[in-house]
Design a protein around this ligand. Structure first.
Ligand code: TYD
Length: 210
């Protein structure tokens, strides 16, 4: 495909959204078409699934139900938004994607990874990100950021052990896929994190001859 899919991953509160907006501005100023999106969400149907899956009222939701809802949202997001944008040649930047399910529902909730890998392939029709930026930081600091943010969703209410597993899960995935992942130290100022991100992305685009 002509376009590029960049995903931003990391624990809750790692500052992904801010960093994506800054990166999108820079890439747009270079004359590229940039599509900024997020998971769960990105289309009207996927946004409705987002509301369902993150609603703290659904405290009886099983891990399997949760995984399938994220997958359903991802299938729609990929088919309706991501693939068409990539076919046009856009740079798509998604705040979370398939790796989040492997880490949150797989490593942290304990669902079998092989099933989740299969379901991700099914949902995305085998689409894999070209580049994944992992914002990695101390989970206790990140948890504080989430608390100070006020309106917590269902997963923000998980205990510190859950968030530690999430961090470890992401680092494990990064170690297993070094060609796709770049680990960025998120315990720094917004500006220095952004500089690192821009360096990784420019290096990647150059390698791709873009
Ligand atoms: P997000 O909006 O990125 O929240 P935050 O800004 O707090 O990082 O993601 C919502 C939550 O959904 C987040 O706690 C991670 C979780 N999540 C999963 O558990 N599995 C998934 O596949 C995805 C995409 C998100």
């Amino acid at each position: 495909m002509a376009g590029i899919l960049i995903t931003m991953e990391g624990p809750d509160g790692s500052g992904k959204t801010t960093q994506i907006s800054l990166l999108a501005k820079v890439l747009t100023s270079e004359g590229r078409e940039v599509v900024q999106t997020r998971e769960p969400g990105g289309t009207p149907l996927a946004d409705r699934i987002r509301v369902l899956v993150l609603d703290p009222a659904h405290d009886k939701m099983t891990a399997r139900t949760e995984a399938l809802l994220y997958m359903a949202a991802r299938a729609q997001h990929t088919a309706e938004l991501i693939r068409p944008a990539m076919e046009r040649g856009a740079v798509v930047i998604s705040d979370r994607y398939a790796d989040s399910t492997l880490v949150y529902q797989g490593v942290a909730r304990g669902l079998p990874l092989d099933s989740l890998i299969w379901l991700n392939r099914f949902a995305t029709e085998e689409l894999t990100p070209d580049l994944t930026l992992l914002l990695d930081g101390d989970t206790d600091c990140l948890a504080q950021r989430v608390t100070s943010r006020g309106n917590k969703d269902r997963l923000d209410n998980e205990d510190p052990e859950f968030h530690r597993k999430v961090r470890e899960g992401f680092l494990l995935l990064a170690a297993q896929n070094p060609e796709r992942f770049r680990v960025i130290d998120a315990d720094r100022t917004v500006e220095s994190i952004q500089l690192d991100i821009q360096r990784c992305v420019q290096e990647f685009l150059q390698k791709r001859g873009r």
